[in-house]
Design a binder for this molecule. Sequence first.
Ligand SMILES: Cc1cc2nc3c(=O)[nH]c(=O)nc-3n(C[C@H](O)[C@H](O)[C@H](O)COP(=O)(O)O)c2cc1C
Length: 171
Amino acid sequence: MKAENPVIDAITTRRSVRQFTKEPVSDEAVDQILESGLWAPSGKNNQPWKFAVIRDLTLKEPLAGLTHSRSIIQGAAVCIAVFLDHTRVYDRTKDVQAAGACIQNMLLTIHSLGLGGIWLGEILKNKEKVAKLLGAGEDLELMAVVAIGWPAKRSGAGERDSLEKRVLCRR
Ligand SMILES: Cc1cc2nc3c(=O)[nH]c(=O)nc-3n(C[C@H](O)[C@H](O)[C@H](O)COP(=O)(O)O)c2cc1C
């Protein structure tokens, strides 16, 4: 069962990219990435996300200083901070799951455009500082920062457990 399927190909060939060239990323590409985030499923279709797009060095530098992944942010052409919008939430677990779906949609679109991206979570230890830096109000809670650029090198094949290891039962 190996028919060509662009969605499955994108899912399996997407890898985290942590090193980027200096080539710029267009606003058009960024809009396409954000748009893909918007199309993620969410409970009751509440769309509990809000985005901040960060290109400016005056923001990127202090943002980089808030994570061990400093050099990734410094090397990225653009970063997107994804927030959970507390004015729209109705069930924390479901809303956080929706934010995750939104981020994965963006990563897959980044990959499909030939760009590279990385989901940065370690920065969450400083989520309040990130929110303040980006002028986000009390209602916005950082879920992740996605760093984006043109990949500096080819990614490897990646590794995952076998299905046998991860399927509890089939009856
Ligand atoms: C919730 C979450 C948080 C992550 N945080 C970081 C991070 O802070 N720094 C980093 O380099 N990678 C981070 N990653 C990327 C993972 O390390 C990566 O997805 C995983 O190793 C699998 O590799 P792949 O994406 O290339 O398939 C994060 C991924 C997720 C889903």
